[in-house]
Design a protein around this ligand. Structure first.
Ligand code: FE2
Ligand code: FE2
Length: 271
């Protein structure tokens, strides 16, 4: 039986409902995406929010999670959250309702967990090292990945960050608030090598963070990122600067995983 889930990401909610990003009232966008998901003519198995639930990991994060709880908590299916660089993992976990999951033991209280859905095992890894846009994976987290591969069952991987260079120059170097920063996982290629060596057991890696839709197929592994449900950012070959695109619609993906393979169907939500 196929698994159907909704992939949405990067809500970047602020401390109160008046919060704006690039002059966009973020809560309006997020509410519009949530409404479009609720109005789908089928019921998904669950919803994945792939991180940056909040816009600021410290100041105002609690208020953002209260708003997120009202919006995402209203879905009548389980919602799984990942930790993004803009999130406060303690406030995220204590404020938002997590479905039943198996929490994994990882140093630094990183929110790593796994669960089963239909015929799939799902591993969620928290690669947040700091407020930096660059993620990292601890040896223990690569161990969690090795463990799931060793079970020799079909699995999906959920992670906030981009794993490696995909040909958009600004992802590899841009001016962040605290100096030069980059959007990839420092040791993402270690993760990729494990996935590529998993003999087709990984049916997809789902991420956010870049605020753009990408489909990447590398060494037999499918990676899929979803546009933000707040403000999107330009991403094309040769682009070396950050260009916010407040005029670009928000959206989400419908993901079906079954005997036919992994099917990602993008939806946009007019703004
Ligand atoms: Fe983000
Ligand atoms: Fe992010």
């Amino acid at each position: 039986m196929s698994l159907v889930f909704i992939h949405l990401s990067d809500s970047h909610l602020g401390a109160d409902e008046e919060f704006r990003l690039q002059d966009v009232r973020v809560v309006d966008r997020v509410n519009a995406v949530a409404k479009a998901v609720r109005e789908l003519p089928f019921r998904p198995d669950f919803i994945l929010h792939s991180g940056d639930v909040s816009n600021q990991s410290e100041l105002g994060a609690q208020g953002a999670y209260e708003i997120a709880k009202r919006i995402f908590g209203a879905f009548d299916v389980p919602v799984y959250y990942l930790t993004g660089n803009h999130d406060d993992r303690d406030a995220l976990r204590s404020t938002l309702k997590f479905p039943e999951v198996e929490w994994l033991d990882t140093p630094g209280k990183r929110l790593d967990y796994r669960f089963r859905a239909k015929d799939f095992s799902i591993l969620a890894l928290d690669a947040r090292q700091s407020e930096s846009a660059e993620g990292d994976l601890l040896a223990e987290q690569l161990g969690h990945l090795r463990n799931i591969i060793a079970e020799k069952k079909k699995f999906l991987l959920f992670i906030h960050y981009l794993a490696f260079d995909i040909g958009v120059p600004w992802y590899l170097g841009f001016q962040g608030p605290e100096g030069k920063d980059r959007m990839i996982i420092k040791n993402g290629m270690e993760m990729h090598k494990l996935l590529a060596g998993a003999g087709g057991l990984c049916w997809g890696v789902f991420f956010g963070h870049v605020h753009a839709t990408h489909t990447v197929f590398r060494d037999g592994v499918l990676y899929s990122s979803v546009r933000a449900c707040s403000v999107n950012i330009g991403a094309w070959p040769g682009l070396s600067e950050v260009i916010f695109q407040p005029e670009v619609p928000a959206g989400f993906h419908v993901v079906q995983v079954g005997d036919f393979g992994t099917v990602v169907t993008p939806h946009t939500v007019a703004v």
